[in-house]
Structures are given as C-alpha cells and as structure tokens.
Design a protein around this ligand. Structure first.
Ligand code: M6R
Length: 610
C-alpha cells in the first residue's frame, strides 16, 4: 500500500443541537456552503443513539447525498468534511472522517502531519490496524492509544496533538464522550458559530452564516469542545490566553448564497458596485492606523499570490507615481527575492482574500523573523494572516465563494487607492480628484454592468473555440491584463498569457497568426500612443484585436475587431472598470464551453499548501 501525506485543502463542518433536534440536513448544508474549499470527496460521522455512524465516498456532495441517502438519517450531533487532494489518491477509503481501530473515534482534518510516517510505524508496532493511506488516520489511532490508558477524552487529544508535527484543524466525534464535539487548531482555520439552538464548528464563516453571525475565531494552540450548554477552550501554547472574544460577523447571509444567479462567480461580479462602496467606507476608517508605519518605513514589500499579487502590482505602479518605495513580490518567491534583505525598518504588506494562502503566510513568517512589520489586507476577518499581522485591514467585499477572485480583486485595488489617499492626506498632498472618481465607480459600474455583460457574451461566442490568447497592457493597464488572462485560463481553460505590451515584440509576437486573439487594455494615459503602435504591429500579423478602450476613442476603435468602451474617469482609478468586462468574458467563455466557473478543475479557493 502506498502511504503518503495527503497535502489536502479541505472544509470542515460540525454541529450540535442544543435541544436534541435532527442536525443532518444542516450538516449537509454546511458542507455545501464549504464546497468551494474542496470537491474531490466528502464524508460524515454522527451518533445514532450510542453508535458512531460513518458515511463517506469520493465525488461531489450532491452525488453523495443522492446515493447515500444521508438525509434519511437523524442525529443531533455530527461532523463532516469535504476534501480537495493535491497528493494521495482520491478514493472512498481516503475520504474523511478517519476512525481508530475500534471505530469509536472519528476525526476530520485539514492540514498536513509531517511526521505521520514515523507515528504510523510506531502505532502499527503497537498493533493498530490502518485502513487508509492518509496522514490523518494516525490522529484517531493516537487518541485511541492515550484514551485506552485511562485519560479523559480531552486529555487524550492533548497528548495526541503533542506528538504531531505539522498543521491541523481537527474536529473529533466519539461515542466515548458523545455529548461533545472536540476540536484543536494549529496553522489551519477553524471557528465556532454560536446559534440560538445549535453550535457550529467550521473552517470558514460562510458554513454557518445563514444561522448565526456570532463567531469565535480559534487561535493556534486552541483545543476544547462544544457541548449543548458549554463552549470550552484552552490554549496549549499560551495557557494564560482566555477564551477568544466573540465577534459579530458583518456579512449578510444572502451574500453567501447564489440567489437567482446561476453561478457564484456571476453573482460576485455583479456585486462589485456594492462591494467597492462598502470597501471604500471600511478602509477609509481603518487606513489611518497604518499611515505612520508606512511613512516611517524604508521600503514596502507588497506580497500576494495569484490575483492578490496582481492587485499588489497595481499598487506598486500606483504608489511609485507618488514617490513611495514599494515592490510587489509573488509570495512564493519572497524568500529568494527579499529573504536576505528585508529588515526591521521595512514593511511587508501582505495581501490575501482568504488570509490562509500558504505562500503568503510563509513570506510573512520569513519577514517577521527578520523583524519587519507586517500589515495585511484581507477579506476574511477570521483568517490566520490577520492573526499573525501587526496590523490588519479587513475589506468590506463580503464572502467570495467562486474560486475565481472577482470582487475581491477590484476591492483590493479600491483599498490601495483609499490607503494612498490617507497617506497623501497626512503629507498634505491633494488626492481629491482620484477619490472623487473612486466614489463614482459603484454608480458607473451599476449603470454599465448589463452593457459589459452583453458585450462580453458576444465576444465570448467568438472566443469560445480559440485555444490561445494574449492580454496586453502598459503601466496600470498591465496588472489588469494579467488578471484578465488569469481569469480566462483558470475557468475557461484557454491557454492565455499576459505581457507588458512593449515586451510582446521581444518574442511573444512570433506566435501571432491569422485569428489569434489579442486583448488590449488601452488606457487614456501617457502610454496611449505606444499601445496604438503595438496594436498596429499585432494587426499587421493577422491578430484579432479585442480592445477595452476609453469611451469615444475613434483611433483604437478603427484598429479593433471587437471593442468594449469604458467610461472616462481619473486614470489612476479607471482601470478598476476595465477588469469587469474581462471577468465577464472569462465567465461567458467558460459557460459556453460547458464548464462550471465556480469549480475550476484542479483548483481550490484557498491554497493552503506549499
Ligand atoms: O486568498 P488569496 O487572495 O491569498 O488567494 C491567492 C490566489 O490563490 C488566488 O487569487 C487565485 O489565484 C485565484 N484562483 C484567482 O482567481
């Protein structure tokens, strides 16, 4: 049997009814609400009287629910798991929960146990029989081992986790102590939702948002249980830490539901006017707290992955115009780029929607070790990144469920603009015109959304059969081109690359032949003439030109096969508008090609692995 650490990203859900009502339908619902965290396999464990029942299989939650008849079961306490594997086979036996030898202890886990192989060998020598290839299974056997020595169940869990090296969010159900759901956290997110008639434990707030907004965010080292009338938490790293303070989640439950939209991605694209509006207000209030840090720093590294890196790059271009010394760094490259030079006079500005991205957290840990101050910009208020930062700004984008970042990309850019305004205010520099433009973005976007959607649908009809595309832009248009290209490749599976437009003539242009799609981000700025010259070069080699251009721009229109006109506003703000038609283009191409844009293959919403 091949045995490997699973390297999984997962969703964990658990629920206990305070008044002995059936929780299985809600448990299924919680798991569905977390499906964006993984969709390779799923599983449930619940108590039926004093018996522990486990049902699990590979495949989607919907298929599992249909085939297993889980909704016919009843129980007032249960745990569940949805899994996304990057290593290790996707199979029924590898699906969580994982049991001990007796079948009395069920464990669901998010994270990686690095030393599981040696623990497994040790346990096998003691006679434990393993059923799966996973690292998680050692946890149930370890707890069984300590519990059999006469410890309390909580003590047995504590002793077990002392043996673990790695990261975990754990939820455990046992018939030995069947009125409780046990949990432990180290390096992976876990939170408790406190409802009127139920208590929930989950990897993320959207899992329980439809029933309660009151949450406790667990910290590394927290271990405890929830029962019908008690929430018990102690911290094994710092025993002096009391209970975490309950928070009131400022999200609306509807934000975590699709409503009348066919996909979360489309809903979240349409939510951008509201999300940007909320973000402007919320960041404006919080940015003052970081101004001195930024002005006193020698250098600012802005670090992110994927779309969060592209918004960081936007910030680099923008802040450089105003004399701020910044560099955007891809989180996974941070160690090599800055690991030896970042120091205590620098700031690392970590940008992440989820606040759980492994690469970003790793970069932050490296910078912290060298004494740099950490400021984070996150969307998820209960995130690890927020907890390990010196200061943190939470955007007001609301929950983003679609795997592709949409509203969180535009709100990250809006956040950077607002932060710049507050910095410039402190220096007595006028930034009012840009802020006026930003405040108009929500209205302009609302008015234009339908038009952008129709245009994108038309262009998608033509794009859907293409195999490759280029996205080109200059200056502030380049990060937007990168983001448009990422969207098309990740959800429509069209091979797509993005270059600074000037760079495209140093090699990429060799690929251009008749009908090759080139998407041009044409801003009304100093780069305009160079963009036009580049389009002519592409066109003369047969490229099909799709231009996003300022409204009324005749010159670029005449050179283009398709155009989307973007309303005028200040050039530092206007690029936010350009990203929306690009998101819609990727969405429509994906749907026309028959793909589910919310669940792109091989991808999960939070990438919590190396
Ligand atoms: O949660 P984060 O912002 O840290 O996520 C970073 C990337 O994983 C994320 O932006 C990813 O590239 C998305 N799939 C982009 O749509």
């Amino acid at each position: 049997m091949q045995v490997e650490a699973e390297t999984v990203m997962c969703g964990i859900a658990a629920i206990i009814s305070k008044n002995f009502r059936n929780v299985i339908p809600k448990l299924v619902r919680m798991l569905k609400n977390l499906e964006y965290r993984g969709y390779d396999s799923c599983g449930f464990a619940f108590l039926d009287g004093t018996s522990l029942v486990v049902a699990k299989a590979k495949g989607t939650i919907d298929n599992f629910v249909k085939k297993s008849g889980i909704l016919k079961q009843t129980s007032d306490i249960g745990i569940a798991h949805t899994r996304w594997a990057t290593h290790g086979a996707v199979s029924d036996t590898n699906a969580h929960p994982h049991l001990d030898c007796s079948g009395d202890i069920a464990v669901v886990h998010n994270g990686i146990i690095d030393n599981f192989m040696e623990l497994r060998e040790e346990l096998e020598r003691k006679g434990h029989i393993f059923r799966s290839e996973t690292d998680t299974e050692v946890i149930s056997h370890l707890i069984e081992h300590y519990y059999s020595q006469g410890k309390s169940f909580l003590e047995a869990i504590k002793m077990a986790i002392r043996k673990l090296r790695g990261t975990y969010a754990l939820v455990i159900l046992t018939r030995h102590d069947g009125d409780k759901i046990f949990f432990a956290r180290n390096g992976q997110p876990l939170m408790i939702g406190v409802g009127n008639s139920e208590i929930y434990v989950a990897s993320d707030i959207p899992a329980f948002l439809e029933w309660t907004k009151k949450a406790l965010i667990l910290r590394d080292g927290d271990i405890g249980f929830v029962s019908r009338n008690e929430i018990y938490i102690e911290n094994v790293i710092n025993p002096d830490l009391g209970m975490p303070e309950p928070i009131e989640v400022p999200w609306d439950p509807d934000q975590a539901q699709k409503g009348e939209f066919p996909f979360f991605m489309l809903k979240e694209i349409y939510e951008q006017p509201d999300a940007i509006q909320r973000t402007i207000m919320s960041v404006l209030h919080k940015a003052e707290g970081i101004v001195d840090d930024i002005l006193n720093a020698d250098f600012i590294y802005i670090v992110g992955a994927g779309s969060s890196y592209y918004s960081s790059l936007y910030a680099q271009y923008l802040y450089a115009r105003w004399g701020l010394r910044t560099m955007a760094v891809i989180a996974s490259e941070f160690e090599d780029i800055a690991g030896h030079v970042v120091d205590r006079n620098d700031i690392v500005f970590a940008v992440s929607q989820s606040g759980e991205t492994f690469d970003t957290i790793q970069a932050v840990k490296i910078a912290k070790k060298r004494g740099a101050k950490i400021i984070s910009l996150v969307n998820n208020m209960g995130s690890t990144l927020r907890m390990i930062s010196d200061k943190s700004i939470v955007m007001g984008a609301g929950p983003e469920i679609g795997v592709a970042a949409t509203k969180t990309f535009s709100t990250q850019i809006a956040s950077f603009i607002v932060i710049l305004k507050v910095i410039l205010d402190a220096q007595g520099v006028d930034y009012e015109e840009q802020m006026k433009s930003l405040s108009m973005v929500p209205r302009v976007l609302s008015e234009k959304m339908k038009h952008f959607d129709e245009k994108a649908m038309l262009i998608a009809e033509w794009m859907k059969t293409k195999t490759d595309a280029f996205f080109l832009g200059r200056g502030l248009g380049y990060p937007i081109a990168l983001e448009g290209s990422l969207k098309l490749k990740e959800i429509a599976y069209i091979h797509s690359e993005s270059y600074p437009a000037g760079e495209s003539k140093h090699g990429p242009i060799a690929l251009i032949e008749k009908g090759f799609p080139v998407i041009e981000i044409i801003l009304n700025d100093k780069n305009y003439d160079a963009m036009i010259a580049g389009i002519q070069e592409m066109k003369s080699r047969g490229a099909m030109i799709i231009s996003l251009l300022p409204e009324g721009d005749q010159k670029a229109s005449e050179l283009s096969d398709h155009i989307v006109e973007i309303p005028h506003m200040h050039e530092e703000v206007m690029p936010i508008l350009y990203v929306v038609p690009l998101q819609l283009l990727a969405y429509h191409v994906a749907v026309k090609r028959g793909y589910d844009p919310d669940k792109p293959r091989n991808l999960a919403k939070s990438v919590t692995v190396k």
